[in-house]
Design a protein around this ligand. Sequence first.
Ligand code: 8X3
Length: 250
Amino acid sequence: MIKRALVTGASAGFGEAICRQLLADGYQVIGAARRLEKLQSLQKELGDNFIPVQMDMRSTQSIDQALASLEGRENQIDLLVNNAGLALGLDKANQADFRDWLTMIETNIIGLTYLTRQLLPSMVERNSGLIINMGSTAGTVPYPGANVYGSTKAFVKQFSLNLRADLAGTKIRVTNIEPGLCEGTEFSTVRFKGDEERVAQTYAGAHAIQAVDIANTVSWIASQPEHLNINRIEIMPVSQTFGPQPVFRD
Ligand code: 8X3
């Protein structure tokens, strides 16, 4: 039987690359994102095994509507890739825009947990499923300006591990992917609110992770034998290590 995946944040970046890879792996892929027209033009390229669905992760109502439009397919998701998420700003906590914090919490935490909660019962009922959450090295390694972004990803990591605890005794698997510095996606353009010069400065010479690297990782996790659970997988470019030097000030 054909396997079915649901990928959030599917209209660009990691999500789009993950959709392409899963289609190549033989999945039927439901691609969810806010920008329906981008998904529709992807469908023209990718074919009917790619099913676009409009979903705004900041709205539980939008998630409900999206799932209701899937005509029962939502009850047979073999692979949920909770990829949608964002970072906004790199200001210190005393200067950050609280609305940015809220947007990150709503998307990275509330949207992700709500969608997962909606899909879990059918997975448990079928005693089958794989959930891959998009965490970040920022969920483990603090750095200046990561404040709420890093904290949301720490939540995603611990939520993934706690899901494993709740799902003990079932065949459902959960993995947290924790990428470090990534380039070539909208992530940094969004973070720096369109300031392409700042994006270029951030990634100059980094030879950072590419979306296709993460898509390959998802594909590898999903192809592991059913008795194995990859709990966490942390990935950095070779050029990145563990945070900046401390700043001393008299
Ligand atoms: C993205 C990794 O290092 O830009 O989650 O925070 S980093």
